[in-house]
Design a protein around this ligand. Sequence first.
Ligand code: SF4
Length: 428
Amino acid sequence: MARTYIGAVTGASRWQVNQFSAQHGLGDLVARRPGPCPMAVPVQGTLDGKPWRAAMDFYEVPELMRHLGTAAAIVCLYLTGMRPQEVLNLRSGCCPDLEPAADGIPGRHLIRSRHFKNVTDLDGHHLSAGEVRAVPWVAITPVVQAIRVLEKMVPEGELLFSSGQRSGVLKSGGLNIRITDFVSWLNREAATHNLVGQLVPDDPHGPLQVSRFRRTLAWHIARRPGGLVALAIQYGHMRTVLDARTSSRYGARGRGRGGIHTVLDVETALAAADTAARLRDRLAVGERLSGPAARRALTAAAQAPRFEGSIVPRTFVHKARAYLARDGIVLYDNHEALLICAFKHDVAMCEPAPGTTAPRQYDCRPGCANAVRTDGHALLLRERAAELDQLADRLPPPLARRLRTNAARLRATAGTHDSTAQSAEALR
Ligand code: SF4
C-alpha cells in the first residue's frame, strides 16, 4: 500500500491510513488490483512535441531523480573537459551567478572546484583530498543549467553528486553503473514513445564510461568543428570557450601538468596529420588544387606523418604541440566550408585569438588567404548546391530565393576552382 502517497493526498496521518487499511482489507485489494500514484504536479516536459508522461508517479520519482542527476553529470563531464574526479567533487554554490558586467560585456560563468591530479605536499606526497584549483573552469550555459538542477536536489554547500541519503563522494565506478542504467532507461523510454532515432546504440568498445568523455569532446572539437552538440553549441565554439582567457591561463601555466588542453592538442594534431595524409593520397591520384594557400598545402601534404591506428603514448603531447606550432603548414579539414585551411595565423580572416595554433573554423570567411580546395571539394560544392535547389522547390518564395542565391554562390566557387586549379606537378 502506498501509505505515504495516500497520506499526502488525503492529509491523513500514517496511523490513520494503517487503521483504515486494516479495517477495510485494503492490503489484499491492492495486491489484486495495483494502480498508479499520480502526483498533482503539471507535466511540462515534452517528447517529440507531446507530454512525456500523463502524470508523474510518486514511486517513480526517486528513479527519475537519479537519472536526472546522471544526465547532469554527463553534461558537466562532456561540456567542460573536467576530469571525472573533479566533476564528482563539485559542491552546491561552485558556480555563482554572474555579476552585472561594468563594461557591459557579459562575462562567463566560472566553476570553482578541487582538482587532484599531481597535487602534492611540500615533501612530494600525493594529497588525496586534492586542493582548490587556482584557475576556475569556464562553464557554458548547459553546464550552468545542469549545476542549477543538481543544486535543487542537495543542501547548500553539499556535494552535487553525494550518493543520495548516503554521504560521501560518488566514485567513478558508481557513476559508470549509473550511466549504464541511464542508457537502459533512456532506450526503454525511446521504445515506449516510438522514437527509434533516439535510441543509444550498443557500443562495440563497451559500455559508456566516465573516462571517455574528455577524449570524445576533444575528438569532436578537432574533427567536427562545425558539428553540433546538444542545444546547438558548435564544437568550434567550444574550442574558443576552452581557450578563453581563464582557461588559457591554466593552459599556459599548467600545460606541463596536463588538462583538457593536452587532450585537445593531441586530437588536433592527429586530425591535422590525417588531413595532410588524405590530401597527399588525393594528389597522388591526380586531383588538382586551387586557392591562395595551395603551395603551402602541397608542402604540408609532402611532410605528412602517418599516425593512423598508432597507440598514442603520454609523451606524444610534445610532438603534437611541435607539429601544430608549424604556422602555415598545418592543415585543418573544414567540412562545413568545404575547404582545407592551411592555417597561417597572421592572414587568417576568422580572427583567431593571439597565440592560438588553430583557426576558428566555425567562423570561416570567404576570400581567406589560407583556403585550399581540391577537385573533390568542387564536386561536394556542386552536390550541396543541388541539395539547396531541391529544398528551395518546397519552400515559400523569400526563403527559396535565399537558398537559390546560396546555391549559385557554391556553384560559382566550384567554377573558380575548375578554372584556377593546378596539378601537384604544376605547383611545385
Ligand atoms: S577564415 Fe581562413 S583561417 Fe579561418 S578557418 Fe577559414 S580558411 Fe581557415
